[in-house]
Each structure stands twice: as C-alpha cells, then as structure tokens.
Design a protein around this ligand. Structure first.
Ligand code: ADP
Length: 178
C-alpha cells in the first residue's frame, strides 16, 4: 500500500451496501405504494418492503396474501424483496443491517405523525427516515380508502394493479356474502 492509497475504512464505506426498508400494512398494495418502492429502489442498493404482520389489526387480507400481492407487484424490481415484520420496526432494521426507512408523504396530515415516528425511531436505533413526496396523481390514495370505495361499488381499477383489483373484488364479494 502506498501513501496515496485510501484508508481501509474508506474502502469499507464505499463497498458497503446501502439498504432501505419501506414499511407498511399494504392491505392491499396500491399504485401509490409501488411508486414509492420504485423510487426507493432507484435511491438505494437494496430495498426490503416490510409488511406489518401484527395479528391484532383488523385486515381484509392475511399477511401471506399481502406479501404475495406485493411480491408480484415489485417482481420487475431486481433489488427489491418482500419480508414480514412484527414488533418494532427498528428491531427489524437492526436484524437486517438496515439504516434507512423510506416513507411516502401524501399531505401535511401525514407529516405530524411521520415526523414523530421518525424521531422516535432514530432515538431507538441507528436509523434515518427518508421522506419521499407522493407523486401528485397518488396524493389522495390510501389502502383504507380504496377498500371503502370498492366496498360501495366504486371503480378503483386505476388505483391498484389489475391482479390486486381482481382479488379485492373477490374478497369483498366473499365478505358481503358472510
Ligand atoms: P395506507 O393504508 O395509508 O396505504 P400503509 O401502511 O399500507 O398505509 O402504507 C405504508 C406507507 O406507504 C405509508 O406510510 C406511506 O409512507 C406510503 N404510502 C401509502 N400510500 C401512498 C401514496 N399514495 N403516496 C405516497 N406514499 C404512500
């Protein structure tokens, strides 16, 4: 090694993989989620889409179904994988050597909660939150609203991938028949 070679520690920093997590419930995945994941995938080397599998929450789709739909929705992104998590997101980050959380911001109403969450998470672990502004065409889009509108017969086909739309319609029919 000559005196002009960089320090080993710098080499390690250059070679380290920059990983991010996009957390959420994805019940079901929408085009707004896919937009954020795609943009995260262009900013980071690896992205893990982490599906909250907290059993106490009332969901339309099971964790397995949500992960299955997500995997199909991000199949075109080679540096993205789907995983599930329960408990603290910061614990998941530590287990997977992840130091960035990517969240989409839709409106000012998202900001208050997300800022508080970001500050709490960075106090719990060595993790930064990166906010990505929603694309204007998805700024009104949330899974809860998609489900509500679809349940009343509204057309949500332009808001979710076609295969999600099919499964959503089928599940809502099953629910209505219960
Ligand atoms: P929701 O039920 O509101 O869609 P999720 O928990 O499934 O919420 O969403 C996970 C994250 O995805 C949210 O915290 C938000 O950062 C992001 N997100 C969801 N919808 C959008 C959207 N339309 N535009 C930008 N980001 C979004």
């Amino acid at each position: 090694m000559t005196t002009s070679d960089p320090e080993p520690v710098q080499i390690r920093e250059v070679l380290s993989v920059r990983r991010a997590v996009c957390p959420g419930s994805f019940d079901p995945v929408t085009n707004g989620h896919i937009d954020i994941v795609q943009r995260a995938a262009s900013l980071f080397d690896e992205v893990v889409v982490a599906v909250g599998i907290n059993k106490s929450k009332n969901r339309l789709f099971t964790a397995e179904e949500r992960m299955e739909m997500l995997s199909q929705a991000v199949a075109h992104l080679p540096n993205v994988k789907v995983d599930g998590f329960s408990g603290l997101l910061t614990a998941f980050c530590q287990e997977h050597d992840i130091h960035a959380i990517v969240k989409g911001l839709r409106a000012v109403t998202d900001f208050d909660y997300e800022l508080q969450m970001a500050q709490m998470n960075s106090s719990l672990a060595d993790v930064e939150t990166v906010f990505v502004p929603t694309s204007p065409e998805y700024s009104f889009l949330a899974s809860s609203l998609v489900k509500e509108v679809a349940a009343f017969g509204g057309d949500v086909s332009s808001l979710v991938p076609p295969f999600v739309h099919q499964r959503l319609t089928a599940r809502l029919k099953e629910k209505a028949a219960e």
